[in-house]
Design a protein around this ligand. Structure first.
Ligand code: HGY
Ligand code: MN
Ligand code: MN
Length: 417
């Protein structure tokens, strides 16, 4: 579609909108924190809804707080919908672009197509998923899992955040509630395309403008809890201790050493550690740490997970501490749709963009939709490969390139025969 090259520079609109919506949750020290069902989360969703309404899209929230903006198609016979979007929530003190770029990019792409080409044949829909990160509560992909119908009430009805606020209370105080479990997942979705920052350094290193994502890593998150014996740091001989800090550090050393020995693309991360009572002169009787494990290959993914799980139990026995291991996230590696991958590659070629076909080391809503809806992703470079950090940044020209690929792809999917 040639008009794209005449379209005024998208990058100004994209950066302005990311700044506008991204300001909800802006941390004075830099970075952004916009957790599910927080005040800043509600403000961001409401401001997005207003912008989508002003652009003439039909807007609505679903039961749990996913926001949709729809451009109705002309062929009333076909209730086919082409969906694009990403998540509005962030990690703690994260960046401006993770998730929000995909929401803003989808909105601006549909807005441009409406202004330039009017009513599409099929419905075009923008989604701002309520939550993807699993940052506030120990549950990830709450938004996209409710869209496809795999989220379950029992998974969240007894969880709370670090302040002890119940998930259900936070949801209802935001004006949302569980969806009707008897309601089936959407059947009208014919494709989902998500644009997202790469959050790694491959595109920048290889000087590529765009990435076309063919698969998304499997991802597991464990919460390991150790119970030993709280005791006096001065009067408890070393041989008499049930020291959970020592046990945890031994376990963490073994996990990371095994991951290093396993080699790429396996990654394992211990991002959260807590000991109690966390006093300088007390042997800690309780320790808790997180483990985030990812791999593209299911067999090797399972082998590593099983191996370190056994090792954790063996080390707990060696240190004389009790252990519980809760696996609160468990997503297999997922292949994207060949049909949608091909559509995105065609768009890149039509636009003369230098692209790379690649896998994603980060998790995304696309991995939740892919088993139900033909899905693929478009990456744009992250400066220095940095993400989940206030230093997260992508040059405006790359932001624009990603949106142009999306405009071209959505045009071919929604306006053509
Ligand atoms: O953790 C991830 O991969 C994603 O950013 N939620
Ligand atoms: Mn993301
Ligand atoms: Mn993220």
């Amino acid at each position: 579609m040639k008009y794209l090259n005449q379209i005024e520079d998208l990058s100004h609109d994209i950066t302005a909108m990311i700044e506008l919506i991204g300001s909800f949750g802006k941390d004075p020290a830099g970075g952004v924190t916009r957790f599910l069902y927080s005040t800043e989360w509600r403000q961001a969703q409401q401001r997005l809804k207003q912008a989508m309404s002003e652009a003439g899209l039909e807007t609505r929230f679903d039961a749990i707080g996913n926001l949709f903006g729809t451009l109705r198609g002309s062929s009333t016979a076909s209730s086919d919908t082409i969906l694009s979007g990403s998540h509005i929530d962030t990690v703690g003190n994260g960046g401006y672009y993770d998730g929000l770029y995909g929401v803003v990019g989808a909105f601006l792409a549909v807005k441009y197509l409406k202004e330039r080409y009017g009513t599409p044949r099929r419905n075009l829909e923008v989604v701002s998923f309520a939550e993807e990160e699993g940052s506030r509560f120990p549950y990830a992909f709450w938004g996209s899992k409710n869209l496809v119908g795999t989220a379950r009430t029992d998974q969240v009805e007894n969880i709370c955040d670090a302040e002890g606020i119940q998930f259900v209370d936070a949801m209802r105080e935001s004006g949302f509630d569980f969806r009707d479990p008897s309601e089936p997942g959407r059947k009208d979705l014919k494709a989902f395309v998500e644009i997202h920052i790469e959050q790694g350094s491959v595109l920048e290193t290889e000087h590529k403008t765009v990435g076309v994502v063919t698969s998304i890593v499997g991802q597991r998150r464990l919460s390991v809890k150790l119970t030993g014996q709280t005791n006096h740091a001065g009067t408890t001989p070393m041989g008499y201790r049930k020291d959970t800090a020592f046990a945890a550090s031994h376990m963490i050393y073994e996990i990371i050493s095994d991951a290093k020995a396993s080699g790429d693309p396996l990654v394992a991360t211990v991002g959260k550690i807590e000991v109690r009572p966390n006093m300088v002169n007390v042997v800690p009787g309780y320790a808790e740490f997180s483990v985030d494990i990812r791999h593209t290959d299911k067999i090797l993914f399972d082998a590593f997970t099983n191996r370190i799980t056994q090792k954790l139990h063996d080390l707990a026995a060696y240190h004389g501490v009790d252990i519980t291991i809760e696996r609160w996230m468990d997503e297999d590696p997922v292949q994207m749709s060949d049909q949608v991958i091909a559509a995105i590659e065609t768009s890149c070629k039509n636009l003369g963009l230098d692209y790379k076909v690649m896998h994603s080391g980060a998790g995304h809503d696309s991995q939740i939709l892919a088993p139900f809806v033909p899905t693929a992703m478009v990456f744009v470079p992250s400066r220095g490969g940095i993400s989940h950090s206030p230093a997260e940044y992508t040059e405006p020209m790359y932001l624009a390139a990603g949106v142009k690929v999306l405009v071209e792809t959505l045009y071919n999917m929604a306006y053509q025969e």
